[in-house]
Design a protein around this ligand. Structure first.
Ligand code: KDO
Length: 330
């Protein structure tokens, strides 16, 4: 495992234009994500986070995984090649298996439940371990939305009401064990594909479908190459705002407080944007000719939960944490 050695800060010198101008060195905060520039999380970070820290740091976003490939962001932060990302519990589970509890189907119940879980003391040991083992601070929780099953087939060919209906369906899931496990738990045949390759995969038929929240289905235009959405809501999905601890440690306490508040405010703005879109987009997708319908949610929930019981993932969950999460209100 890699620890942070060198400074993760890169400096830009603002050119001094006259004899009285004072050159200013500001750390550049490079943020890499597979998400697009128009994704609500990206918009919130660019319009809320960036401006809030502008006095002492330069926020520099990189979209569509153009700087760091999806899934390598945490390593990039740990090795000083990146200052910030929005990471998933599934990615964290690659390093710290106990994080799979937050990547498990039907555990988080809503956007508010995510916030309440993240600010509960039960998260403290999780956050501390990410800091000490990866050199990453988790500043806030961002809402991605409820993930649903989105397929190329019309409903007349595949009607997805229960997990059994997904048998043999090649469902693109992100490429990590926790994601692939979730795909199998849904009853599908999961196939790992990077986010930026999904559209082509759907278009050419190398995958039968994918799972993402409705705002992503629309933002990434997956609706152009699919025919249906079964509203399985199998994961109320999140990203954590991940910030380099090496950079954090170089900030003054006031600057740290500003960064912390900026992350929380951006997360709040992103959450509001994403929730609003989730509400509106069923109608939009139906207008585009997609069939959008609710399956037997009880059948999905029962089946998915049963797959986790006794799994290696569940063995990594600290005792009592699942009960605590379940007891937290939304
Ligand atoms: C995806 O690859 O399906 C996923 O939704 C996984 C998330 O954790 C997140 O990384 C997201 O992609 C990207 O931010 C693109 O929206």
């Amino acid at each position: 495992r890699r620890f942070l050695m060198a400074s993760a800060i890169t400096f830009t010198a603002l050119a001094a234009s006259g004899p009285l101008a004072i050159a200013q060195d500001k750390p550049v905060i490079r943020m890499s994500t597979p998400a697009s520039e128009t994704d609500q999380r990206s918009v919130a970070l660019a319009t809320v986070f960036g401006p809030a820290i502008a006095e002492f740091a330069t926020y520099q976003p990189h979209y569509n995984a153009s700087l760091v490939p999806q899934g390598s962001e945490l390593e990039a932060i740990a090795s000083g090649d990146l200052e910030m990302s929005i990471t998933s519990a599934q990615e964290l589970a690659n390093f710290l298996p106990e994080f799979s509890i937050f990547a498990t189907g039907y555990v988080h119940r809503s956007a508010q439940h995510q916030v309440n879980v993240f600010s509960d003391p039960l998260m403290d040991p999780f956050k501390e371990k990410v800091e000490s083992e990866l050199g990453v601070k988790l500043l806030a929780v961002m809402y991605l939305g409820k993930r649903h099953v989105n397929l190329r087939f019309p409903r007349s060919e595949k009607n997805i009401m229960t997990p059994a209906d997904l048998a043999g369906v090649n469902l693109r899931m992100p490429g990590s064990d926790a994601w692939q496990f979730l795909g199998r738990a849904l009853g599908a045949n999961p196939t790992p594909v990077a986010f930026t390759e999904i559209y082509t995969g759907l278009q050419t038929g190398s995958v039968d479908g994918q799972d993402n929240p409705l705002p992503t289905v629309v933002d990434a235009k997956f609706y152009e190459v699919t025919k249906q959405v079964s509203l399985t809501a199998h994961l109320v999905d999140l990203n954590y705002v991940a910030f380099s601890k090496a950079v954090w440690d170089k900030l003054t306490p006031e600057q740290q407080a500003t960064v912390q508040k900026a992350a929380e405010d951006a997360a709040q703005a992103g959450r509001e944007g994403q929730l609003k879109k989730e509400d509106e987009l069923v109608a939009f997708l139906k207008d585009q000719g997609l069939e959008v319908y609710e399956p037997d949610l009880n059948a999905f929930r029962t089946h998915v939960q049963a797959q986790y019981v006794g799994s290696d993932f569940a063995k990594a969950w600290p005792e009592g944490v699942l009960d605590k999460i379940n007891a937290i209100a939304d």
